[in-house]
Design a protein. Sequence first.
Length: 279
Amino acid sequence: MVNSGINKLPLRIAVYGLIALLTVIFGYPFVLTVVNSLNPLGSLPTLLPAGFDWNNYVLAVTMIEFPAFLKNSLIICAIYVPLTTMSSALAGFAFARLHAPGKKLFFLVITSTMMLPQIVTQIPTYILFNKLDFNNTFYPWLLWGIGGAPFFIFLYKQFFSSIPKELEEAARIDGCSTLRIYWTIFLPLATPATWTAAITCFQWTWGDFITPFMFLKDENYPLATALATIGYHLPDNPNVVLQQPSSAAAILFMIPTIAVFFFGQRYLVDGIAAGAVKG
């Protein structure tokens, strides 16, 4: 046993060394942003704080229409996240428990779209919504939400397939309809998958700045697009970017996603693990 522990020591050192290296690589930008958000206005970025100027956070929310952009982000998430989660759950239930001709083919088509980069469909989608006169409205997120997301449909399908058939058969003997079985039995059991879908969908939507940039005008930008395109500049010289308020705004922008992740971390692990039970 002693020799076995000694033999594994180099491997442990290598693993912990790699973890430490990755921690430094991925943590460096975050630490630099936090420190720079507190440095005095106009100072150079440093890893050690040159001061604690909390006024940068005041400038971050006052130099641009921060509350309005934040409101737009919340509206888009409030539309897209619950609709996508629920419609994906319904589609996943249909693929897992219902019988219909061509079901496997349809599921194959849906899952194959996960291999397409989002940018590939951006231009055709823009042309479609432009013809429908949906530009500069939140209707695209409404339609996308109703259509569901391929990854979440796959996740729900895997989860619902792992539920014993005896449970469904017992419910049918008691007179439950298919919709009632889905709503009262399967959906409550899929709570980990639902949390996983909702949290992941929120993070996608909150951090997406390309799609709103294509479909919305400045006044309807969400926070991610506004920070990426409008930014913080000197009033009399737009070519000068104010790094400290920009860093403070980035920290404020990250708070919701960090909070949601830590709140739902346990559900994320449970949901992904449960979705991988059955192929």
